[in-house]
Design a binder for this molecule. Structure first.
Ligand code: ATP
Length: 499
């Protein structure tokens, strides 16, 4: 499900009596989240990430702007009608209920409107139709998932179930076959066999419906004698609920703990239960608000991988809110970096790192963080202190600038013999970390108070005191001293700016 966010704005009114000004938590945000992808919403505390997520969920309503799920404008739709699954950082599980009952909970009062024969049969029919008419698409999905992404056969079956909204034991069986090794005739034979099995079940259903004085039309809808469909509202049956709970438990791998209480689980397992609870209704969109921040470092890493796997397997469009840049970088297909309610940059994770469009983004991403120096442009050349770093056609007017150089952007070998792109730093501490060496340095041109940290190959000979370092051009960024926007050097190209 594609999500489109158009000119989304949220203003919280202040209180003039108490001198509290209005807050614009989200300011004219425009983002398109492609179907089946994971978007990381990244930024410091108070930048408007959660407010954005709550507006997507419907828990908060926008002051201006629109939110679309596919072709549907959901801006004013109630949260329960949006088809979303929400996961918060504090899991919010019911402590007195077992894991099974926690996962089952969203289904208990769920009404399904049916005017068709049992959903299982409809799912099976859909599946058979898929295999008959969409075999090529399924085979290419199979190739991509099983052979390229190397997900297991049963995981592929689950992915298909999510993708085509069919959950039946038949789908598990059919998609677990190696379809690619079968001839189309063989697939047809399998499908035919499945149809024969089904016909028996349909016959029984038809009989039940006839006894009530109704009939089935060719779409398997229940109709009255005049041909009008008869909608019937009912709860899910116990078996249907059980099938959904078991299916979701397998997906997030908590099937061994279904009888336990949440307190008998680790934090990571509890968070997986919360994810299962969000997924059990097969939402169109999964929204995760800092889901890992209550976990210790090891579990955070592990659960992060889990979330990625589950997202890939289900292909569910996901928004993941975090203030942790490493987390966002490792999990997202695309990252939106926010500052004070405004989107600063939107790009693939590597791109945001390699090609930041402003000083804020450059400083926010990367560990150790980027080193920032005060510099100036003078007659087409960039200077840090007295050292001329480089000339560039982009340096049109003389002005103050900031120069960001990534820790891995320094070299100290024969390159330092060159006149340009060389910076002298005072090395104050040297730490060897296996293959690499971390140097703490000082410079009068340093911006801010943190020490300059650079990472070089540990075989390189560097001593304490003044050292000359060559700068790798691709790791150096120049920013306007006033606007803090990037001044792309020749060859570095422009980069993703706010639309
Ligand atoms: P964090 O990472 O700390 O959760 P965030 O990026 O998710 O931060 P939001 O919670 O979206 O930020 O808040 C954005 C801004 O809106 C903040 O300045 C916050 O103080 C303000 N804000 C949020 N909710 C309200 C509210 N109900 N009333 C007034 N201001 C609010």
């Amino acid at each position: 499900m594609e999500i489109r966010i158009k000119h989304l704005t949220k203003r919280f009114p202040g209180n003039p009596k108490k001198n509290i000004p209005d807050t614009t938590a989200v300011n004219d945000l425009n983002v398109t989240i492609e179907d089946g992808t994971l978007l990381g919403l990244l930024g410091p505390s108070g930048c408007g990430k959660s407010t954005t997520l709550y507006m997507i969920s419907g828990l908060k309503s926008p002051t201006e702007g629109e939110i679309w799920f596919g072709d549907e404008d959901v801006t004013h739709l109630a949260p329960e009608k949006r088809g979303i699954g929400l996961v918060f950082q504090n899991y919010a599980l019911y402590p007195h209920m077992t894991v099974y009952d926690n996962v089952k909970f969203p289904l208990t009062n769920l009404n399904v409107v049916r005017n068709k024969v049992s959903q299982t049969i409809i799912d099976d029919l859909t599946l058979i139709d898929l295999l008959e008419h969409h075999l090529d698409e399924i085979l290419s999905l199979e190739k991509e998932s099983v052979y390229k992404d190397k997900i297991s056969r049963s995981a592929f079956a689950r992915k298909m179930a999510f993708r085509f909204h069919v959950v039946t034991s038949l789908s598990q069986r059919l998609f677990s076959y190696r379809l690619d090794t079968m001839s189309p005739e063989e697939v047809k034979t399998r499908v035919k066999k499945a149809i024969d099995d089904l016909n028996g079940e349909i016959k029984t259903e038809k009989e039940k419906i006839r006894k009530k004085g109704f009939m089935l039309n060719e779409k398997y809808e229940i109709i009255d004698k005049l041909g009008n469909p008869i909608p019937e509202k009912r709860h899910l049956t116990k078996d249907e609920i059980d099938a959904l709970v078991q299916e979701t438990a397998r997906l997030v791998q908590i099937n061994d703990y279904l009888d336990r209480k949440p307190s008998e689980l680790s934090g990571g397992q509890q968070q997986r239960v919360a994810i299962a609870r969000a997924l059990v209704k097969k939402p169109r969109v999964l929204l995760l608000d800092e889901p890992l921040s209550n976990l210790d470092a090891r579990l955070r890493l592990q659960t992060r991988e889990e979330i990625r796997r589950i997202q890939r397997e289900t292909g569910i469009t996901t928004v993941f809110v975090t203030h942790d840049q490493e987390e966002a970088m490792s999990i997202s297909d695309k990252i939106v970096v926010m500052k004070q309610g405004v989107k600063m940059q939107e790009d693939a994770p590597q791109e945001v790192y390699r090609n930041p469009n402003c000083l804020f983004v450059a400083k926010f991403l990367g560990n150790p963080p980027i080193n920032v120096f005060k510099g100036r442009l003078e007659k087409g050349a960039l200077y840090i202190g007295d050292e001329k770093i480089t000339e560039d056609p982009a340096f049109k007017e003389d002005k103050k600038v900031y120069v960001g150089i990534r820790p891995e952007g320094f070299l100290c070998d024969e390159h330092t013999k060159e006149k340009d792109k060389v910076l002298t730093l005072n090395v104050t501490a040297i730490q060897t970390m296996g293959r690499d060496m971390s140097l703490l340095c000082e410079s009068e041109a340093k911006e801010g108070t943190a020490a300059i940290k650079i990472i070089v190959d540990s075989e390189i000979k560097v001593g304490l005191g003044m050292n000359r370092f060559a700068i790798r051009p691709s790791k150096m960024f120049v920013f306007d001293g006033e606007t803090e926007e990037r001044i792309p050097l020749e060859g570095q190209g422009a980069n993703g700016k706010q639309e």
